[in-house]
Design a protein around this ligand. Structure first.
Ligand code: ADP
Ligand code: ZN
Ligand code: ZN
Length: 819
């Protein structure tokens, strides 16, 4: 019997496993693992898939379909990546398709975006066409190109594929793969002296003569020659030539006369502007010591935690390490919590390594993502800088992964599957690629710190600021006392006010931190106590004075601020709580001459808003910068000696087992922005509870004692790192059905867990978002248990639950290691 071959294909679907397709002889010669293919799936759709594997086992239960088309000659996904995806799917309990969908640039996925093109408009034997074929043919005569989806609309059937197949067989149409790529290379027009004139003096003079009556064209031609000499054969864009004074009309006329040539060329979107490269700085003795320890510890540890106080020069150490990794011919992935707020670091790295640095920007559009993917695949970059999603690029030959600010919770993906943690997954990827992982932070996460003390990771401490500048002096301001003694104007205590005044007097810039955006988180009627809430979520609306709106920060709902109380009609609407907008206003009132700016999500719309603001601040065009935690991430300014925290309390009172850890980290990081260059900085923290242990520890830089307390509690109450957590989040529009389903699952799970390890169902603090009710079940896995077995158990119980139709409609998101 003839053997037949099959391919397993990864499809971008939330369904388990891969899907089997049969291969023709011809397919077999073409196919490669990691290659992009389009395949039919279901009744109507064509999907883009990735070749996972090739085998000879025909599925028993169903008849396989064939591959529709190979979309590229070479794989776009590496074999290592496929393994990496499988591991993540397994660990985070999601499908390979969930990862493919999230990891792969969507511009390279075609999902029924295939187009058909008319290739034989003169087809004559119309009587051979059935009605459907005729309709599509007619439509194509008008349009030439239509999408497969449009074709389905034209034939008014679920799928147009059968019809299109017939038309293809008759040679009337073809499927067009080029067109359906959402990725379009960026093509620019370039201009150069016509090749006929190059080195042909006589002919050149002739042309110049002919132009005697067109002085503008003549001048432009001469200018072009000068520019070409200056550019030393680098291509010149028409647009740039125009910037130099030539007009499009002049260039066009010159081209028509054969004096110049206009040609097209693909321009890279991800190329960096030309930047001067500098040498990596000499390390100080302390830094050198840390650097050597890191290298030493990497000899027998695959992960090292670099615990270096703010401004100790961690970045300088990274640069030096990068240099050595590159010298060995390996590549580096440098992960940052949020790329958009770390332009300063990107700039520093580019300064040292020039155009061998690829930056994956979270605000990149689809085309830019594709180019970065392709450039990574061919190994164009030595260093890739990016946020958590950069972990999914097709690396080869990685030598090191640096996870900067490893304590940041934005490394965890929370909105879409897979709910992965980039720090944890970087260790997995590092293991697969034989790359070392360096975690860096001034305030390491409890987990990493614990792993370091347990000798699972190497641990290197750097406790001195660069230049031996002392860490800022941190003092607390008691808001209760300030209020009682009337030493406060609105929310700014007079101590804080005077300090800002002092700083401005010395031409210093000031950073103020307030954790909430908007004007006020709550509006309240003075007469009846009514508080406007979001119609879609169980949360009060935040008042935004600037846009005069009430907004929901969870679903984006917005309405104009009402003139009267919607409940009793009273005019007396008051606000409660404070946001950045309100602080901005208060500060502006106190310092009318100062240039005050705000940095929060609302103020940072637009692609280069951050970059612009950072530049303005660096250029001293801003005196006082007020911001949310955005201002904490990697900011390094030389003219800031003072940082103020408007209200620390909201940080301390979060209902979350990580609240204290996060509050300590955030406040320490905020404080770390002060006094980074010349002298010791100062920090003032306003709070209603200055006696709070966390605040006390922040002022004394007591990291280790804080961790000791936190770890003690975590152990006592069975939380990470002394247990692994799995959160099951249920969502449904009917509260009743939601609760019943969650309760039923708990009933199924109960016998397998002790009561301390199975919590809920319990609604989170915001129990309804976007019209979906939410409830959580939390499972704790003790170190003695096998996480793999428990995950399987959970999956089995969910499957069992789903045998009953009524429970199936409730969505269950499984979040492994929630943060
Ligand atoms: P961290 O990453 O630990 O917060 P940075 O690397 O940003 O610290 O260093 C703080 C500042 O000190 C930066 O402006 C940096 O350029 C400077 N700096 C640190 N180490 C050196 C060094 N060895 N030589 C020159 N400048 C240094
Ligand atoms: Zn009212
Ligand atoms: Zn809402």
């Amino acid at each position: 019997m003839k053997t037949s071959f099959f391919a397993e294909i990864i499809l971008p679907l939330s369904l388990d496993g891969t899907f089997t397709y049969h291969l023709t002889e011809k397919n077999l010669q073409q196919i490669k693992i990691g290659q992009r293919v389009s395949v039919p799936f279901g009744t109507q759709k064509l999907y883009t898939g990735i070749v996972h594997s090739i085998h000879e086992n025909a599925p028993e239960l169903y008849k396989t379909k064939g591959i529709h088309a190979f979309l590229d000659d070479e794989p776009l996904v590496t074999v290592t990546q496929i393994k990496f995806w499988e591991w993540i799917a397994n660990y985070y309990m999601c499908s390979l398709g969930d990862i493919f969908r999230n990891a792969f640039p969507s511009a390279l996925k075609l999902e029924s975006q295939t187009f058909v093109r008319l290739i034989n408009p003169n087809y004559e034997t119309l009587e051979e066409l059935n009605d459907y074929e005729f309709l599509v043919f007619e439509a194509l005569k008008l349009r030439e190109i239509i999408s497969v989806e449009e074709a389905a609309l034209i034939v008014d059937e679920k799928s147009a594929i059968p019809t299109l197949k017939l038309l293809i067989d008759k040679g009337i149409i073809r499927l067009d793969e080029k067109l359906n790529e959402k990725y379009t290379p960026k093509i620019d027009n370039y201009v150069r002296l016509h090749s006929d004139l190059k080195g042909n003096e006589q002919q050149f003079l002739e042309v110049l003569n002919q132009l005697a009556k067109a002085p503008k064209q003549r001048e432009a031609l001469l200018q072009l020659i000068t520019l070409e000499t200056q550019l030393q054969d680098k291509p010149l864009k028409v647009a740039d030539f125009v910037k130099q004074g030539a007009t499009n009309a002049v260039i066009k006329s010159l081209a028509e006369k054969g004096a110049v040539e206009i040609y097209q060329h693909q321009t890279s979107r991800v190329d960096n502007g030309i930047e001067e490269t500098e040498k990596v700085s000499e390390l100080t003795l302390k830094q050198e010591e840390a650097f050597n320890q890191i290298k030493e510890q990497f000899k027998d540890k695959s992960t090292v935690l670099l615990h270096g106080v703010t401004s100790s020069g961690k970045t300088e150490i990274y640069l030096k390490l990068m240099q050595q990794v590159i010298a060995k011919g390996n590549k580096i992935l440098y992960l940052l919590p949020e790329i958009s707020v770390t332009t300063q670091i990107v700039h520093r790295i580019k300064k040292n390594f020039g155009d061998k640095v690829g930056v994956y920007h979270s605000k990149f559009n689809q085309n830019e993502r594709v180019e970065l993917w392709q450039k990574t695949l061919i190994g164009d970059f030595d260093i890739i800088i990016g946020p958590r999603s950069a972990l999914f690029l097709p690396f080869d030959n990685l030598g090191m992964i640096i996870v900067d600010e490893e304590h940041e919770s934005s490394y965890k993906q929370m909105d879409t599957k897979p709910f992965f943690h980039a720090r944890d997954m970087s260790m997995l990827l590092g293991g697969m690629m034989n790359a070392k992982v360096l975690l860096g932070s001034a305030t390491p996460s409890a987990e990493s710190y614990y792993n370091a003390t347990q000798k699972k990771y190497g641990y290197v401490v750097l406790n001195e600021r660069f230049g031996q500048i002392k860490l800022p002096e941190i003092n607390l301001i008691d808001l209760k006392k300030a209020q009682k003694q009337k030493e406060i104007t609105e929310d700014i205590s007079h101590i804080l006010r005077d300090e800002i005044f002092e700083q401005l007097n010395h031409k210093k810039q000031v950073i103020l931190f307030q954790n909430r955006r908007g004007y006020a988180p709550i509006m309240e009627c003075n007469t009846c106590g009514h508080t406007p809430e979001c119609p879609n979520c169980d949360v009060s609306l935040t008042y935004h004075k600037f846009s005069n709106q009430l907004k929901c920060h969870y679903c984006g709902y917005a309405q104009a601020k009402p003139m009267r109380c919607p409940s009793c009609g009273s005019h007396e609407l008051n606000t409660k709580g404070i946001g950045t907008e309100q602080i901005e206003q208060q500060i502006q009132n106190i310092f009318p001459e100062a240039r005050v700016r705000r940095m929060d999500v609302d103020a940072m719309r637009g692609k280069f808003a951050y970059e612009k603001l950072i530049e303005d601040f660096q250029n001293k065009e801003i005196d006082i910068l007020i911001g949310t935690q955005m201002i904490t991430k990697g900011f390094d300014f030389d003219n800031v000696d003072f940082v103020g925290v408007i209200r620390a309390d909201s940080l301390l009172n979060f209902p979350d087992f990580r609240a204290h850890e996060k509050a300590f980290q955030l406040l320490t990081q905020v404080a770390g922005r002060a006094g980074r260059r010349q002298e010791q900085g100062k920090v003032l923290i306003q709070s209603f509870q200055p006696e709070h242990q966390i605040l006390q520890n922040v002022t004394t830089y007591s990291y280790a004692p804080t961790m000791k307390d936190i770890l003690y509690e975590r152990k006592e109450f069975i939380y990470p790192p002394f247990a692994r957590l799995i959160k099951l989040r249920f969502k449904h529009k009917s509260k009743e059905r939601l609760d019943k389903t969650a309760e039923q699952l708990v009933v199924l799970l109960k016998s397998s867990f002790d009561s301390r390890c199975l919590l809920g169902p319990e609604a989170p603090s915001i129990g309804r978002v976007n019209n979906l009710y939410i409830t959580d079940v939390l499972i704790k896995i003790r170190p003695t248990q096998s996480p793999q077995k428990i995950k399987k158990l959970i999956q089995d119980k969910i499957n069992q639950l789903h045998t009953i139709a009524a429970y199936r409609s409730v969505r269950i998101d499984i979040d492994v290691d929630p943060v």
